[in-house]
Design a protein around this ligand. Structure first.
Ligand code: AMP
Length: 146
């Protein structure tokens, strides 16, 4: 995996506004927030995308994510947030080191002052049940055993 700016932040070679750290996970404020309190939660393991992450790092992330979200909400006063995790350039991933965005959704005046947060396009279509049945079976068959 290529060296990224997040590896340097994890090694403390580049500063960040750190909000949480343990053996496997680091969380810090995004340097270009789309809302006040926009926080990145990063495994220390250098995996490029979530599907490449080890079970141990995934478990460590899952264990602390809700707690970090609660801290961001409490500190910013937001009551809603989005959790965003991009994988691959065409999926808007710029830094090729797994990270979760915790993005508060502020309303009214707070949104004007602190950033509107995530805008979402959701191009939903009705599912094709015949194809979906086959696809679900195929995904099930290809899932790795733990
Ligand atoms: P993504 O598009 O999901 O890869 O998002 C990468 C995020 O990393 C962007 O929101 C950037 O603003 C953020 N970012 C890049 N460099 C830094 C840095 N040095 N400190 C904090 N956040 C950063």
């Amino acid at each position: 995996m290529p060296e990224t700016i997040f590896s340097k932040i994890i090694r403390r070679e580049i500063p960040c506004h750190r909000v949480y750290e343990d053996e496997r996970v680091l969380a810090f404020l995004d340097i270009n927030p789309i809302a006040r309190g926009h926080t990145l939660v990063v495994p220390k393991e250098p995996a490029a995308t979530l599907d490449q992450l080890s079970d141990d790092s995934a478990a460590a992330l899952g264990r602390v994510l809700p707690r970090i979200c609660r801290g961001v909400l409490a500190a910013t006063g937001a009551t809603a947030f989005n959790l965003l995790q991009n994988n691959g350039t065409i999926a808007h991933q710029a830094v090729v080191h797994v990270h979760f965005h915790v993005i508060p959704k502020h309303a009214g005046e707070a949104a004007k002052a602190g950033g509107a947060g995530l805008g979402i396009q959701w191009p939903a279509r009705a599912i094709d049940h015949a194809e979906a049945g086959q696809l679900a079976e195929r995904i099930k068959a290809l899932l790795e055993r733990p």
